[in-house]
Design a protein around this ligand. Structure first.
Ligand code: 5GP
Ligand code: ZN
Length: 112
């Protein structure tokens, strides 16, 4: 996707603080963190949101979840706990139309 911000980050055209990366996924620090740890885990291949996950094979969704756990492990919040959020569509306030999962932690998060 030519104009997608996260595709540009994947291609290295926009800088981002990379936390973890493999051939399928990239984890970056959120530009405007809402917790001491706030990372976005996104597939390198463009997908508009989790709503489109039907286009994936089952092992790809499983790999996304494994990547999230690996990020929590790497950032030292696996034991203390963390929250994952993925905004889908207008009512959720999705700003970037490239599937991403927020990983939040590093403090006691407020009620949800
Ligand atoms: P959404 O509301 O779509 O779930 O979340 C989009 C997130 O992407 C926001 O938390 C926002 O701070 C973050 N974001 C937007 N543009 C950039 C960027 O260029 N770089 C990084 N690292 N994060 C971004
Ligand atoms: Zn994209």
């Amino acid at each position: 996707m030519e104009d997608c911000i996260f595709c540009k980050i994947v291609r290295g055209e926009i800088p981002a603080e990379r936390v973890l990366e493999d051939d399928r996924f990239l984890a970056i620090k959120d530009l405007h963190p809402k917790a001491p740890v706030h990372v976005l885990v996104l597939p390198k291949e463009h997908l508009a949101s989790l709503d489109q996950v039907g286009q994936w094979r089952a092992d790809q969704s499983h790999a996304l979840l494994e990547c999230i756990v690996a990020v929590a492990d790497k950032l030292g919040i696996r034991e203390s706990g963390y929250r994952i959020v993925s905004n889908v569509g207008p009512d959720a306030g999705q700003e970037v139309d490239h599937l991403h999962v927020h990983v939040l932690g590093g403090e006691r998060l407020g009620g949800f």
